[in-house]
Design a protein around this ligand. Sequence first.
Ligand code: FES
Length: 112
Amino acid sequence: MSVAQWVEVARAEDLPPGHAARVEIDGVPVALFNVDGEFFAIDDTCSHEEASLSEGDLITDRCVIECPLHGSSFDLRTGDPITLPAVEPVMVHRVEVAENGMLRVALNQDAE
Ligand code: FES
């Protein structure tokens, strides 16, 4: 089993609270979110159909993202769908702010 690689993806200050961004790491689209200063990273592609979750509505007080296509909500902490029609979770990835102020992500190994 390989060790997760941290990849710098953006400057943390470029993703202010309440905002989302989409990045691609090793061909995997990843959605980044800033919820009141806490960062989250999940698969950008909805588990239901082809939709970009980073383009959905971020509901910070519940820490969920609402899919822009059919409205399923996903918990950013677990990737679990909270509302239909999605029933499968999306992958959650590790994200942190490095000492140099960059956001870095380690892909969940199962996503590769
Ligand atoms: S594509 Fe996301 S809920 Fe259908």
